[in-house]
Design a protein. Structure first.
Length: 279
């Protein structure tokens, strides 16, 4: 089995463990086709989930059951990143193309008014989409967002460099263990993380922080949920900046959580906070 086949087999193994009935679709856009996994009641309020870089829509396996009990969930593989979205159309030159890609997704799936929830790189995309098209969104949930309110830690970037330059399963595992302080509990998820070392991506757009004026003008009701032990950024500084730049946002620090494990290792409290916010 080739490297890509190993990755997709591991991806499918995670999806088979989702505790809800899932309908998967490929949605056309000027940038290529976007894989979206849909679950939950057809008449439920829509919520779109954007994963962190390198984790795909599979990262939500511990959250979809709770979210889909009341919402119509759309879990998306990011354009340009690893996963089953296929970037074979227009190039991704910057954040403008990413928000245009999301606009096309909202158009095709008739998602105006949907809530938007993103983790890490996905949170950065979600925030930029909220600044670009606030009229299209209901609420905005940002889970340990990167480069939104404060810069990333140089130490984190240095630890991540070997994975970026020459990824191997061992390096992916070591980086995750360094950031989270633990090995993932779920063996299927562990195998998936190992397999990401050989997955292909076309373009992860460099993250630039939004301008202060843009953030202060944001009208979308927002939740900023930070991980207490995140090594991506200085958590107290990021929390203070979020409160200053998004004065109407609810900013919460989740105790005993780390950046990479936020959606998967502490689902009960995360799901409760999301349910309260998105209700």
């Amino acid at each position: 089995m080739g490297d890509e086949a190993v990755f997709f087999a591991a991806y499918d193994a995670v999806l088979r463990q989702w505790p809800v009935e899932v309908h998967s679709v490929d949605v056309p856009s000027p940038y290529g086709s976007t894989r979206v996994h849909i679950c939950g009641p057809e008449d439920g309020a829509p919520v779109v989930l954007l994963p962190g870089g390198g984790s795909t829509s599979m990262v939500w396996f511990a959250n979809v059951k709770a979210l889909a009990s009341t919402h119509r969930v759309y879990a998306v593989d990011l354009m340009g990143d690893i996963g089953r979205s296929v970037h074979d159309g227009a190039p991704l030159r910057g954040v403008g193309d990413l928000v245009a890609w999301l606009d096309a997704l909202f158009d095709e799936l008739d998602l105006d008014g949907a809530h938007l929830c993103g983790h890490s790189y996905g949170a950065w995309i979600a925030l930029n989409h909220a600044l670009h098209a606030p009229h299209r969104l209901g609420r905005l949930a940002l889970l340990d967002p990167t480069n939104c309110f404060a810069g990333m830690s140089p130490r984190y970037l240095m630890h991540g460099l070997p994975v970026l330059l020459k990824p191997t399963a061992e390096r992916v595992r070591a980086f995750h263990r360094w950031e989270t302080g633990r090995t993932p509990a779920d063996p299927v998820w562990r195998a998936f993380l190992d397999s990401t070392a050989t997955a292909r991506r076309s373009k992860v757009v460099a993250m630039r922080r939004p301008r202060t004026q843009q953030l202060r003008a944001c009208t979308v009701p927002a939740l900023v949920l930070l991980a207490e032990h995140s090594r991506v950024h200085d958590v107290p500084r990021t929390a203070a900046a979020a409160r200053r730049l998004l004065p109407k946002a609810r900013v919460i620090t989740l105790r005993d959580a780390s950046h990479h494990s936020l959606p998967t290792e502490r689902p009960a409290e995360l799901n409760r906070l999301l349910a309260e916010f998105l209700a």
